[in-house]
Design a protein around this ligand. Sequence first.
Ligand code: RFL
Ligand code: PHB
Length: 390
Amino acid sequence: MRTQVAIIGAGPSGLLLSQLLQLQGVDNVVLERRTGEYVLGRIRAGVLEQGAVDLLHEARVGARLAREGLAHEGFDICVGDRRHRIDLKGLTGGKCVTVYGQTEVTKDLMDARAALGGTVVYEAQDVALHDLGGKAARVTYRRDGKAAEVVCDYVAGCDGFHGVSRGAIPKDLLRNYERVYPFGWLGVLSDTRPVSDELIYVHHERGFALCSMRSMTRSRYYIQCEFDEDLEEWTDDRFWDELRRRLPPDAAAALQAGPAIEKSIAPLRSFVAEPMRYQRLFLAGDAAHIVPPTGAKGLNLAASDIYYLSRALIAHYKENRDDLLDAYSQTALRRVWKAERFSWWMTTLLHRFPDASAFDRRVQEAELDYVTGSVAARTALAENYVGLPY
Ligand code: RFL
Ligand code: PHB
């Protein structure tokens, strides 16, 4: 098979890039290791910046998002029993975020790819990248036991943190920056009424908690847990009891418990690989960087990478210019590092660190007091939360 751009991975990064390229007449093929059902079964992000929403509209997948997405003009930070509202709209001159699940974004993208007749090969095994520095790159894989190959001009590595693309960059050219946090998030999805109309981020003695949602009838909750905890030991009742203990009294009283329709533990990590380009390969999304979920930035960073990469590839094919491709890694990384900083900061501010000294804890309390008490600090928080400009 010959194509212009081979895209590895059919998560949000890969599907969005594929859709944007095809709309501009750039031929592409997506290779995904899993089945479509498996990809849709992963419950992940829930909060979209306006930049991501705009890009989804540009990709012509914004209709259901516009109907079903929930505009959120603020959220609460809860310290002890006190709730402090972060008025995103007021602090940023009118900006807000949209609550719409990653599952729905992915489904809308899958439907759009199918409607436009895009080639997405699911269950592509043993994907391997070759000849990245040659006249044309090659991607080999197996499907139903048969060997297959895609010859292309460029490869987009959109295959997430555990994908193969990043590994195709020689070790001596790649620099990894990493921080692993000493805890995880235990998440529960349930068909219950959300405890509040807006998200609540909770800093508590027993650990962080987050009340989020997917719709007004579907809640998403997280609690900080040990990173190596056994999921089996978290019965639904134990989860709801622990969550209730971390919430302020009014929210605890309003909490509607119900059966978990999904329950999982995610480790928390900050990670950046530089550069994001090697010869004919471009990395995007989680393949190049990971943020802890506290700042709700992972999916949004995937969208901004795709914004830069799609424009660069389209400029190459339509205007015969390569300056945007040449600048891609640097341009994307500038925004990535700001989101890394913000996500690290939100995580540090709100979690309970098992190895924190008494001094560390007092500094954390002072910072929480400063952020909740100062308009300048809340403005900086809000500006980052709604998303820095592309
Ligand atoms: P993905 O979604 O991991 O997709 C990569 C795809 O590549 C496939 N793949 C391969 N395909 C072919 N060959 C191989 N060798 C392959 N290896 C892997 C995989 O099967 C997969 O389909 O990466 P992408 O597209 O870059 O998207 C990134 C986002 O998924 C991620 O950043 C977010 O989910 C992070 N995240 C959040 N982001 C936000 O913006 N807002 C949030 O509120 C938010 N909450 C979260 C999150 C992530 C979480 N977890 C579980 C890590 C909450 C959680 C709990
Ligand atoms: C979610 O709804 O899954 C979610 C919301 C906000 C975050 C992280 C996850 O910061």
